[in-house]
Each structure stands twice: as structure tokens, then as C-alpha cells.
Ligand binder design. Structure first.
Ligand SMILES: *Cc1c(COP(=O)(O)O)cnc(C)c1O
Length: 380
């Protein structure tokens, strides 16, 4: 099971030093004061990477936990919540909001481009009575990247709290939580951070904390209640036993990013993504998006005569390589190259493009071009 080459838009491949960090001897994270310092230090390092002075927490649970926790903590019965829907994860926020009694208002737009800020401006002029709004930074099933730097400050002009799912963008794309006025920013360990799946990263602003404190009704549930984290350090008390090995692995993955420099990590993603997109187009395939390309994932339309599922099965059988198609109506239409985190490296992308080229041709796709050669032309 574990000898496959994995090239999906998360989970991504994991560096050996991260795996080894997880294998180290551990302490009791509930009562060893040193662990509170270790945890806080990891949170602060993440804060530096995402440019925030807000509190950062690491929660025990995969990225979805953060999405639900944000909605559980902010929603009171009958609250109107704006759901920015130009992708599958974007729309999916509504499930969590209704689950906690909120009333969803969609702002739905095309899935093949990033959100037009002028459209949102016009919409908000007529309707802006929302407690908070949800938006996805990179909506992974289609790969669209939304302009959070414009969207969140606009929402805040109307005193709407902002919740951003940056699970698939964090570390692979620029993310300035404070400057962009993101009240709750969410990340996951298994995407561009390149640690194993299992941890959620949450940053929370003072506005969001005040809002939660002033709720009229109690937050239902415990795991999804973000206020249980407040003062954990001062009180030397976690809400539950922390998954210490996971956090030791995450800490090492964060050090890898800091050692390389976050600007260098982001530009590595940019260069790989740019050359990937251009080589795919020149090769004779179409990208799904018209604009708003994320640098962490490239989404390619696969001709019906081949089929995305057929192609991914072929690549798995013949090359022992795992690639992802997409979700919902796109499941057999789109193939995704997840060049994020440790996968956003030249030696990896060359390999995947080479076997993609071979597989497509073996399945009857006609092109006299070579995908790797094209990639090299655009990569510098
Ligand atoms: C991966 C991801 C999550 C976490 O969801 P899973 O489906 O459990 O992996 C949340 N949001 C986005 C945008 C993601 O890419």
C-alpha cells in the first residue's frame, strides 16, 4: 500500500525528517509544561508564515474540523451567513452553517474563474446584513484561487466577519492574515505544509473572539468550540490530550518551510505551476479554468474518449502512481495535478508530466509534442 508515488492535491509527499520527527520518544502532553512551550512555539512559527499576530491553534483533526469549528463557534440560530460559492468546497460550507442553525445566503458565481470583486461589491450594496461570510482561498476540486486580499477587507467594511478556508493554499500561496483582515483562517497539515493528514490549523482574530464571547447562546458541542482553546497556555491545560507525535511532525515540516524561506517556497510553487499550465495548453489539452489559477493545483480537461477516471486508473496500474480526478460532476472530466508542498519540485513534476504524456498517448490521445520538453521550455 505504501510504495506508491503520490501526486494528488493533498495529502502530499512527506520529507524524511518529518517522518523521523514523528518517530521520536514523546512525553505526556497533558502535564509536561515543556510541551506547552513546544506547542505554542509551533503555533507562533505558523503565525509568522501566514503573517498574523492573532492566536494560532493546532487542533486534532483533519482540515474539515476547522471548517466545522469555525461555523460551530460563530453561528447562532437564525443568523444570516453569506456563503461565497464559486467552487465545491465554497458551496459545501453551507452544510456546516445549517447544521448549527444558521440561515445560508449564497453568492454563487461561475466555477471556472475567480470571484469578481466588483460583482461582490454590487451584491453587498443591496444586502449586507450577515454575521459572517465564508470563502475558499484555493477551491481544490477545480483549482480556482480567490483574491482574498480584496474580498475580506470589503466584507469587513460591512462588519461581516470573514472565514477563509486556505487549507489548499496556505504556504503555497501568499497569505497575509492580518493585512487581509481574515478573522478565521484555516489550514491543514497534509496540503502544502507537507505533513501527514490529521491536524487543522486555525488563526482567530480578536473580533472573532469578542463575537464568540458575546454570543447569546452557548456553542453546541465541544471539539468544535474554538473558545475552549483560549488561555490554554496561561492555564497549562489543553481541552484534550494533544496528538504529540503529529505535532512534532508538523513542527519539523514548519521548520523546513522556515529554513527554505516562505518567499522561496511560494515562488517555487509559482514557477512550477506556470510552466505546468503553459506546457499543458501547448501540448493540446485544455485547462478547466479561464482565470484565477492557483499555484498549488492544475486542473485539466480530459477528452471524453479517454475519461479522467480511466486515465487515473491507467496511471495507477501501469506506473504505480496515484493522481486525482475531481469531485461531483467533474469526477470523470477533470484530472488534477497537485503540485503543492514537497510535490512542487522539479524532479517530481518532471516525473508526473512524463507518465501523464505516456499514458495519454497509450490511451489514444494524439499529440506530436512532448510534455516534459514543453515544461522545460517554460520553466526557469
Ligand atoms: C483538502 C481540503 C480540505 C480538507 O478536506 P478533506 O476533503 O477532508 O481533505 C478543506 N478545504 C479544502 C479547500 C481542501 O482542499
Amino acid at each position: 500500500m505504501n510504495n506508491k508515488f503520490v501526486y494528488t492535491p493533498g495529502p502530499t509527499s512527506i520529507r524524511e525528517n518529518v517522518l523521523l520527527a514523528r518517530a521520536q520518544k514523546t512525553t505526556n502532553p497533558d502535564i509536561d509544561k515543556d510541551f506547552f512551550d513546544f506547542y505554542k512555539n509551533t503555533c507562533e512559527k505558523i503565525g509568522r508564515i501566514i503573517n498574523t499576530k492573532n492566536d494560532v491553534y493546532i487542533l486534532s483533526g483533519e482540515g474539515i474540523l476547522g471548517l466545522e469549528a469555525a461555523c460551530a463557534s460563530l453561528t447562532e440560530k437564525g443568523d444570516r451567513v453569506l456563503v461565497i460559492d464559486n467552487g465545491i468546497f465554497g458551496k459545501g460550507f453551507s452544510d456546516f452553517i445549517t447544521m448549527y442553525g444558521g440561515e445560508v445566503v449564497y453568492f454563487s458565481k461561475d466555477y471556472n474563474k475567480d470571484l469578481d470583486i466588483e460583482d461582490l461589491k454590487k451584491f453587498l450594496e443591496h444586502d449586507n446584513n450577515f454575521k459572517y461570510a465564508t470563502v475558499v482561498h484555493c477551491d481544490t476540486p477545480t483549482g480556482v484561487l480567490n483574491n482574498i486580499s480584496k474580498i475580506c477587507p470589503l466584507l469587513k467594511e460591512y462588519n461581516i466577519l470573514t472565514v477563509v478556508d486556505s487549507v489548499a493554499a496556505m504556504v503555497g500561496e501568499e497569505l497575509n492574515v492580518d493585512e487581509w483582515q481574515i478573522d478565521i483562517a484555516l489550514g491543514g497539515s497534509q496540503k502544502a505544509i507537507s505533513a501527514p493528514a490529521g491536524l487543522t490549523i486555525v488563526s482567530i482574530s480578536n473580533d472573532a473572539k469578542t463575537y464568540i464571547k458575546n454570543r447569546k447562546t452557548k456553542i453546541s458541542g465541544f471539539y468544535c468550540n474554538l473558545s475552549i482553546w483560549q488561555d490554554y497556555y496561561e492555564n497549562k491545560s489543553f481541552p484534550y490530550t494533544m496528538p504529540i507525535s503529529d505535532i512534532m511532525g508538523l513542527d519539523k515540516a514548519v521548520d523546513n518551510i522556515l529554513d527554505e524561506g516562505i518567499e522561496n517556497v511560494i515562488s517555487r510553487h509559482e514557477k512550477i505551476a506556470f510552466a505546468t499550465r503553459n506546457s499543458i495548453k501547448e501540448y493540446g489539452l485544455e485547462l478547466f479554468l479561464d482565470k484565477g489559477y492557483s499555484n498549488t493545483v492544475t486542473t485539466i480537461k480530459i477528452p471524453e474518449s479517454i475519461g479522467a477516471l480511466n486515465l487515473s486508473n491507467y496511471m495507477l496500474k501501469k506506473y504505480n502512481t496515484l493522481v486525482a480526478t475531481s469531485l461531483c460532476e467533474y469526477i470523470d472530466k477533470l484530472l488534477r495535478i497537485g503540485h503543492m508542498g514537497e510535490n512542487a519540485r522539479l524532479e517530481n513534476i518532471i516525473y508526473i508530466l512524463n507518465i501523464l504524456d505516456e499514458s495519454l498517448k497509450e490511451l489514444g490521445f494524439k499529440s506530436d509534442k512532448n510534455l516534459v520538453k514543453l515544461f522545460n521550455k517554460y520553466y526557469n
